[in-house]
Write a new protein. Structure first.
Lengths: 976, 196, 419, 91
């Protein structure tokens, strides 16, 4: 046992007992405990197995620095792997599991990897498994076999498949000042910003505000620092312009002074209140940010430094101060700086036995010496720890006399009994956020640390985050010993044995030197070759020692060596927390006014972009093909109705509307008469076909443009772009009115009769409503606008009304169609009807075809230039061997397949693709399987035979290439 | 003629929902204005358009971007350069405006069916809306009568007017109404909300 | 210690790993070379390697402004596939795939090429048809491709949300079994070592700051480490193409530089064994051998030379990942980063002689140049050595845009952010 | 990243659509083909302050000419492309 609970002290609530489990075993702790502190208090010393060598590891740090004690939390059946036990607040029912061990934490087979240490040193896998080997294990197969095993051995925790029932949400916040970190520096900054009257947000990742003041032994304004801090927090809380965000980690510093933070709203609770999210993502747009993120302690690297029981001195102090968890046995302090003396004194005061303070420096300051006296135990200056001993828990340390300048040892090795070795290699300002929004961090030789860089955004760093380590320099009225903040430049004790730099990734000091030997001498190469700093803690405790070792190997300074780049997030964030409200609600749904009707009618709804559209209205027992054939047939023989509300609709209004349309469409619109519609084609600026639709002239200055469903948004943006950037002088207003109008197309020989039965206020005969004419009337008392146009090739009308009346009008049309057995039809039938007519849609206007490829050249006006006209006649766009639109007829009586290719020869091995099939159907009108295709040479091949080649679906067969106008090529039906 | 149908369908569940620990945070209503009309001025006719609006429907819109007037029967606010959204409790607003604004002066576009309108009111209104939009809803930044054009996620365009110290009217593309309503209700759950 | 093998690893283990030598020499720039390659990314290094190995040109230098592999080769999501639609691309990327399959052996360096399959998910019947068209184009070009059913997907990818209630239900997918991933850094290091072993000078921390000219002709480069003359200067600087070509007075190119972010989660035990792409948004994900989910989505969508992106894309990508794999909700994002993409006007690459005499250009890789690395180097080396393109890269010319011979996989036209 | 829309004030980049390089000179519709080829396919791809078009598509829908440093993402200025009838939203 390495730790125990002190009988008094700490900020835990001893009156409240909390029950939880770890690896299935029941434990208790107190309210206010972390999982780490409660387990340590219960005598647990091994928390996890390391990544590569599966070495037993205990708690090393306290808070987000922790590299070892990672656990998996399980709640609501959902697994949350790799959580630092030092950050988990315990609650009744908490269920945690250790990771990366088999069969158990105590006995882990993976530990044999440790014996193979030199074999699996940094980069070994680049040098093996290169194949080809013998026999069937060729090329990369040998590696893939090894990879399977490696993947299984690697990785940390295990994720599950169960969906997360918890909710997440985002909140957008605006403030004048965001203060990150609520230690003494953050509190002072927040108070002064708040006093100036601006809106202030103060965020801290801890559950309670106060930072290091919570466990500091310093006095401020004559009170213990913790009391002082509590007072400041209460004062801030009372101010209306201040928002406190505890349990909130600010993790990303993005452009425009936009900071991302995650609040752990209910992770510390047994159950969530109604509507309460698990976590809340804050997007904070701050006028200015104050980074008061404090500093983190780093270790010294020496052999055996990863044994459970070795921990950071500050962490040992914090565990004692906050949680009353103390080393059970004697404590040895190992340091290169004064701060550990505070830890020694604090630990002693809390009840720990200090056996020795081992300091690599030959001398120490008076203030430190005074603390050493207070702490008790031996003071061994000019000494270093050279090894540690014990099994899965520390029992003793080896100490030798040490010369700082030369890094050499002298004298005998001495063993000192110790249950805990508290190490301090000095402190590094937490420059993570600052570096995300700044230049390159600057190395301070005095502090042996990187200081915040020059800001590239509006922030300032204060307190320990800025390298101000003396409390008195942060808060006026602070009394603390006058310690020297500068550590000795000594971060490694080079002595035989495995000395760990990156605990989590098992990167040793030798690995760092090996990488250097192999030429990986840039810090960024070191990182990538050894994976140092790439673990879940992102090298919080390991980067600086690693850089120091690399610098020593290269003979450069740490300043020259530099540090790796800091990137969001500051510490790991749940993926769902960033998805926030889009977890479980990826994209909104768009519904037409007739959506509910379709569903009630049994339509199979299909996503189309964000919309849903009926695919078929299947009768019981019908296949999709039977259903669409029935629907399409009804249109050809009688009458059908289809919801066309999803078509993009754009109001183009203004004195220059017609002139505008002439420029954006290939054909002429200024000549269109009021009360008439015209089919229009748009090209892109590069001359390729873009979109089509009909545009209706409602008055001299009012047009209603329709676009394809898929392109509606893009076309709107393009029109706005052209209007704003190309022709700002045109008086044209563009408005999306897609949602204003419900649209129903009534198609079929009986369509006029259906309308006649329900439309009032207008004539419907050829005179009143000729082909492409528009009339206004009423259906069921609802004003409607009717245009006689046809996509199906039948006599057909599009009926538009206000969306709120869509269902009224639709139902009236259905009723009027009852005598003619009107049939609602879906996308499949719509597709069938258009294939029969050879009309193109997105599968043919696929961004690579031209108007000519699609035989729409008749729409290219020669009388005016338009968007795309300048580039549409380039040779490559006119080449005779381009893919052109044709029709196909299946000659073997079987269905064609969309996406099949067409080849000239009839054998299955033919690989001379001359094009592909874009759309297929069984044509009830022709009684055959037909399709549209884009084929090299296009029209020139009409009349010839070719073959379908669809190796993916094993469909091969002869086809005849025909005109794409399969049915009623002269259009007599729709005109008739 | 029948009443226009609400786009909310069965998503509209009147009554109390969510967490009432601290009382009702907000009330939600679908306001169903009789008219929603957009008016667009040409680059040189903004003053004329506002004058025409003032004279025809007695709504005196200030020139400042995003400003507006919130009234019982009629509200309006700027939604873009030279562009205004007007909402009235009764039908026929478009006809009046069309009569007053000739094409040479500006364009009048009827959106009565194309946009759904919700009202959110209550002490948590700002909190709830700040979950849905990247806007500063504090009264100093978003004063009474003013309007904002913004979006929910990437997909849902929203026009928002502050119509009370603790209340906002939201206008959306109708086809998104039900989806947005779901999102809105979800965002309200932690404060307790009443649908009326 | 030249050759790597299991045996050499074992022998070194006994001697404390003290005898390993640098993977490549830290070469000092010489005054002149036959070929100078600007850019020590995957493509520049592969080009050097194939110049030496295929064309016997070894008096070659690769100049890298930072540390080797600091560009996109070191920051991509490692997906390798040849599932293209258009003939020029299918042929080129399949050539690359074949080179990948032998690469570790060829280089005597394990680039960890893992043919775990690339699966594109489809969410509507028409998307399935699109995939069928693409898959059939692949099959016609002799490339492996399969259409897979949701049932098969369920077996291949446990944990994927295949429920009909999903916002965009999965209706099937296109699988390329030979597709997969490779260890990105190892590709740079392996090519560097391979080129170095054949005599190529790899010169790091050597930024090209100008071009030496004799009239129109490019005859060398000015660098942060002095002037270097060269009979041929080849530029393969990916996202920096615009900046570098400006040094040669080329102000305009059919390229825009955009930032693409990528993401890695904390390490997990094996969870996803295939490369998965989402078809109703933009997301691709695989799991690294170390255990992190490596994933990405759309580019941020604006010109950028800053290797950092912004929140909207981060949010999009996370929401799509958790929609596809609901079980990863509480898995945590470990790190995000950005790289600068050389987006071309049709989304396809440029590998060409010119635009100036003595100069050669390799660019336009968009999201997809990692998988191209071997073929790009191979074709570029050919083009440099012979002063004309190989048939495999003949279509990737610089004048194809003006001439209308665009190779537009996505059909988006000259809007780089949409490719 | 925030873009200060002259109508709406500073808004998150997520509300905007990038509409590309604004350094290009748009030819007249009937301009010679070569001018159009240059306009459509050539980009200066500036490293540094870059003139570009953004549409405030999730707001007032106006197109803006924005000068933004492509090395730092700092937005240096933003104004309407189409001279609008409104004064700048300074307040
Ligand atoms: C986030 C991300 C994800 C991606 N995912 C994939 C994927 O999954 N699959 C895929 O196939 N592709 C992917 N890509 C694309 C792929 O990484 C690139 O297309 C490819 O790496 C580019 O070629 P390269 O390796 O030569 O480029 P780089 O590695 O960028 O090499 C260019 C080099 O030129 C150097 N340089 C620049 N200027 C100078 C100068 N003046 N002097 C000297 N040197 C200079 C740079 O420092 C750099 O090292 C991704 C890219 C990114 C950024
Ligand atoms: N060498 C030394 O003696 C030494 C070194 C370092 C610190 N100190 C002492 O530490 C104190 C420094 O005070 P301080 O206020 O600068 O720091 P602090 O450590 O007291 O407070 C920093 C706070 O920031 C929070 N934080 C850090 N990153 C965060 C993030 N991304 N999001 C949210 N919260 C975050 C932490 O949880 C912590 O509460 C002083 O008392 C000083 O004497 C001494
Ligand atoms: C495939 C891949 C996997 C990565 N895995 C990790 C990882 O496990 N841990 C980590 O910290 N970073 C990981 N990274 C990210 C790198 O740390 C780094 O961010 C990236 O290479 C870009 O470099 P930069 O951040 O220094 O600019 C990974 C990167 C790639 C391309
Ligand atoms: Zn705006």
């Amino acid at each position: 046992m390495t730790m125990r609970r002190a009988s008094s002290g700490g900020r835990i609530d001893r009156t409240r007992t909390v029950r939880f489990t770890f690896d299935g075993k029941a434990y208790t702790g107190h309210a206010g405990d972390t999982l780490a502190s409660a387990l340590m208090a219960a005598g647990v010393s091994v928390f996890a197995r390391s990544f590569k060598y599966h070495r037993p590891r205990g708690v090393f740090a306290c808070g987000p620095d922790e590299p070892n004690a990672l656990v998996t939390l399980i709640s609501e059946g959902v697994r949350e792997p790799n959580v630092q036990a030092t950050l988990v607040e315990i609650f009744d029912g908490l269920d945690a599991e250790s990771q990366n061990r088999f069969p158990s934490l105590g006995f882990d087979i993976g530990a044999v990897n440790g014996l193979a240490g030199p074999l699996i040193s940094a980069g070994f896998y680049y040098k093996t498994f290169m194949g080809p080997v013998v026999g069937s294990i060729r090329g990369t197969r040998a590696w893939m076999l090894a990879e399977k095993a490696i993947r299984r051995a690697a990785g940390l925790g295990r994720a599950g498949h169960a969906p997360d029932p918890a909710r997440y949400e985002r909140v957008n916040a605006f403030c004048d000042t965001l203060v990150v970190g609520s230690g003494p520096a953050g509190l002072v900054a927040a108070e002064s910003a708040a006093a100036a009257g601006g809106r202030v947000i103060l965020a801290d990742l801890d559950a309670t505000m106060g930072g290091s003041a919570k466990w500091s032994s310093a006095m401020i304004d004559g009170r213990p620092a913790a009391e002082w801090a509590a007072g400041r927090v209460a004062a801030l809380e009372a101010m209306p312009n201040v928002r406190l965000l505890p349990r909130t980690t600010v993790w990303g510093y993005y452009d425009g002074n936009t900071l991302a933070a995650t609040e752990r709203v209910s992770d510390h609770k047994s159950s969530r209140a109604k509507g309460e999210p698990r976590q809340r993502s804050w997007t904070i747009r701050a006028g200015a940010a104050v980074l008061a993120t404090g500093a983190q302690e780093r270790p010294i690297v020496f052999p055996g430094n990863d044994r459970p029981g070795v921990m950071l001195a500050g962490a040992a102090l914090r565990h004692a101060g906050e949680f009353a968890v103390l080393p059970a046995g004697p404590v040895v302090i190992f340091t290169n700086n004064d701060s550990a003396y505070t830890a020694a004194a604090g630990l002693a005061e809390a009840g720990a036995e200090i056996a020795a303070i081992v300091d690599v420096r030959p001398e120490t300051s008076d203030a430190a010496r005074a603390l050493a006296d207070k702490a008790g135990g031996e003071l061994l200056t000019g000494h270093a720890i050279v090894h540690t001993h014990g099994g899965k828990a520390l029992s003793s340390v080896s100490v030798r006399r040490f010369t700082l300048e030369s890094g050499t040892f002298s004298g005998e090795t001495r063993r000192i009994e110790a249950g805990c070795l508290a190490v301090s290699g000095g402190w590094s300002p937490m420059i993570h956020l600052a570096s995300q929004a700044g230049g390159k961090p600057a190395w301070s030789e005095t502090l042996q640390a990187f200081l915040p860089p020059e800001p590239t955004q509006d922030w300032t760093a204060v307190g320990a985050a800025d390298g101000t380590f003396r409390l008195a320099d942060i808060v006026t009225g602070a009394e603390a010993p006058e310690l020297d903040p500068a550590p000795a430049p000594c971060l490694e004790i080079a002595s035989p044995g495995k000395a760990f730099v990156d605990f989590q990734h098992d990167v040793t000091a030798d690995d760092v030197r090996l990488a250097h030997r192999e030429g990986f001498a840039s810090v960024e190469h070191l990182k990538r070759y050894t994976t140092l700093g790439m673990a879940t803690d992102q090298g919080r405790t390991s980067n600086i020692p690693g850089m120091a070792i690399l610098a020593a190997a290269t003979g450069r300074t740490i300043a020259e060596t530099g540090t790796t780049r800091f990137r969001p997030p500051f510490s790991p964030v749940s993926i769902a927390a960033i998805a926030a409200d889009r977890h479980g609600d990826l994209r909104p749904e768009r519904r037409t006014p007739l959506h509910d009707w379709h569903v009630e009618r049994g339509a199979i709804m299909q996503p189309a972009g964000l919309w849903f559209r009926p695919r078929i209205y299947g009768d019981p027992g019908e296949t999709v093909e039977q259903a669409y054939v029935r629907e399409a047939k009804a249109v050809r023989e009688r009458v059908g109705i289809v919801d066309v509300s999803t078509l993009g609709k754009i109001a183009v209004q203004g004195p220059d509307a017609a002139a505008f349309l002439d420029r954006v469409y290939t054909n002429m619109f200024s000549t269109l008469k009021v009360g008439r519609a015209r089919y229009g084609l748009m090209l892109r600026e590069d001359g390729f076909a873009y979109d089509d639709g009909t545009t209706w002239r409602l008055s001299e200055t009012d047009f209603l443009m329709t676009t394809t469903t898929a392109n509606a948004g893009r076309v709107m943006q393009n029109l706005e772009y052209w209007l704003d950037t190309a022709w700002p002088d045109l008086r044209v207003a563009l408005t999306s009115v897609t949602d204003q109008w419900a649209g129903a197309a009534v198609a079929g020989p009986k369509s006029r009769e259906v309308l006649a039965a329900c439309v009032t206020g207008t004539g419907l005969d050829d005179d009143a409503l000729p082909f492409m004419g528009i009339v206004h009337g009423e259906i069921a008392g609802v004003p409607v606008m009717i245009c006689r146009l046809s996509f199906s090739g039948e006599l057909a009308y599009e009926v538009y009304c206000g969306a709120g009346h869509g269902r009224h009008v639709w139902e009236a049309l259905m009723e009027a169609g009852e005598p003619h057995h009107i049939v609602p039809y879906g996308l499949e039938a719509l597709g069938t009807l258009r294939i029969e007519k050879g009309h193109v849609t997105a599968t043919e206007i696929d961004g690579r075809t031209t108007a000519r490829d699609l035989h729409l050249d008749w729409m290219l006006s020669g009388k005016k230039p338009f968007i795309g006209s300048a580039l549409m006649d380039r040779e490559a766009l006119l080449a005779p061997d381009r893919l052109g639109l044709v029709g196909l007829v299946s000659l073997d009586g079987r269905a064609l397949t969309a996406g099949a290719h067409i080849v000239e020869r009839g054998d299955r091995e033919a690989r001379d693709s001359i094009g592909h099939v874009t759309a297929v159907c069984f044509s009830p009108a022709l009684g055959k399987y037909v399709g549209l295709a884009l084929i090299r040479g296009g029209k020139a091949r009409i009349g010839s035979r070719a073959h379908l080649s669809d190796p993916l679906r094993d469909r091969f067969g002869p086809v005849e290439i025909v005109s794409h106008h399969f049915f009623d090529p002269d259009g007599s039906r729709m005109h008739g | 003629m029948a009443e226009p149908l609400s786009p909310l369908g069965d998503a509209w569940r009147p009554g109390s929902h969510g967490n009432f620990r601290d009382g009702t945070g907000v009330t939600l209503t679908e306001t169903r204005p009789g008219s929603i009309v957009q008016v667009t001025a040409w680059p040189d006719t903004d003053d004329a358009v506002r004058a025409a609006i003032r004279d025809s429907v007695t709504l005196d819109l200030p020139a400042m971007p995003g400003s507006g007037v919130a009234g019982e029967a009629l509200s309006g606010f700027g939604i873009g350069p030279g562009r205004y959204l007007l909402a009235g409790s009764t039908e026929g607003l478009e006809t009046k405006l069309r009569a007053a604004i000739a094409p040479e002066t500006g364009a009048v576009t009827d959106l009565s069916h194309g946009r759904a309108a919700f009202r959110i009111q209550g002490e948590s209104a700002e909190w709830v809306l700040s979950k849905l939009f990247a806007l500063d809803f504090a009264e100093a930044a978003f004063p009474l009568g003013h309007g904002r054009a913004t979006q929910h996620h990437h997909d849902i365009t929203a026009l928002i007017q502050r119509t009370a110290p603790d209340g906002f009217d939201l206008y959306f593309f109708r086809s998104f109404a039900r989806s947005f309503w779901h999102a809105l209700c979800r965002a309200c759950e932690d404060v307790g909300y009443e649908v009326r | 210690m030249k050759e790597y093998s299991a045996f050499s690893v074992l022998r070194n283990a006994f001697t404390g790993n003290r005898d390993w030598k640098p993977a490549w020499r830290k070469a000092e720039p010489k005054p002149a070379y036959d070929v100078v390659i600007v850019g020590g990314g995957g493509h520049g290094l592969a080009t050097a390697y194939y110049l030496a190995s295929e064309h016997g040109l070894t008096n070659v230098a690769v100049l890298e402004k930072g540390w080797l592999g600091s560009g996109n080769v070191g920051r991509n999501t490692t997906i390798v596939r040849s599932n293209y639609l258009l003939p020029a691309n299918t042929a080129f990327y399949e050539h690359s795939m074949k080179l990948w399959e032998e690469l570790s052996h060829e280089l005597n360096y394990n680039v960890m090429f893992s043919q775990r399959g690339v699966l594109n998910l489809a969410h509507s019947p028409s998307q399935m048809d699109d995939y069928a068209r693409r898959g059939n184009a692949m099959r016609h070009a002799g490339i492996d491709a399969e259409l897979v059913s949701p049932e098969r997907i369920a077996r291949l990818v446990p944990g994927l949300d295949l429920s009909p209630e999903a916002r965009f239900p999965v209706v099937g997918g296109l699988l390329q079994p030979r597709g997969g991933t490779a260890r990105h850094d190892a590709v740079a290091w392996g090519y560097a070592r391979g080129a170095d072993r054949r005599g190529v000078d790899i010169i790091e921390n050597c930024e090209v700051t100008g071009f030496l000219r004799e009239g129109e002709r490019v005859v060398g480069v000015a660098t942060s480490r002095g002037e270097i003359r060269a009979a041929k200067v080849a530029v393969a600087v990916a996202g920096s193409t615009g900046q570098v070509m400006k040094l040669a007075g080329i102000e305009n190119l059919p390229i825009e530089s955009h930032v693409l972010q990528a993401f890695v989660s904390e390490a997990l035990k094996p969870l996803i064994d295939t490369v998965i792409t989402f078809g109703a948004g933009h997301l691709y994900v695989s799991q690294s051998d170390k255990g992190g989910l490596v994933f990405g989505g759309d580019i941020d969508g604006y010109n950028s030379y800053a290797q950092r992106g912004n929140l909207p894309v981060v949010e999009d990508v996370m929401s799509e990942l958790v929609a596809l794999f609901p079980g990863v909700a509480r898995v945590r994002l470990l790190r995000s980063w950005g790289g600068i993409m050389d987006m071309s006007m049709d989304g396809s690459p440029i590998i060409t002689t010119g635009p100036l005499p003595g100069m050669y250009l390799n660019s336009g890789w968009c999201y997809g140049g990692f998988k191209a690395t071997p073929a790009s180097g191979w074709c570029f080396a050919w083009t440099i050595a012979r002063d004309e393109p190989h048939p495999l890269n003949a279509a990737f010319s610089l004048d194809r845009f003006r001439r209308g011979l665009v190779i537009d996989e996505k059909g988006q036209g000259a809007t780089p952010r949409l490719h | 990243m925030l873009i200060p829309c002259p109508y709406c004030g500073p808004r998150d980049v997520g509300e905007f659509t990038y509409q590309g390089d604004a350094n290009r000179v748009r030819p007249a519709l009937d301009a010679p083909r070569a001018e159009w080829e240059t306009f459509v396919y050539e980009r200066v791809n500036t490293a540094g302050p870059h003139r570009e078009h953004w549409q405030h598509s999730g707001g007032c829908r106006a197109h803006l000419t924005v000068v933004r440093d492509t090395l730092t993402h700092h937005v240096l200025s933003a104004e309407f492309v189409r001279p609008g009838p409104v004064a700048k939203a300074g307040s």
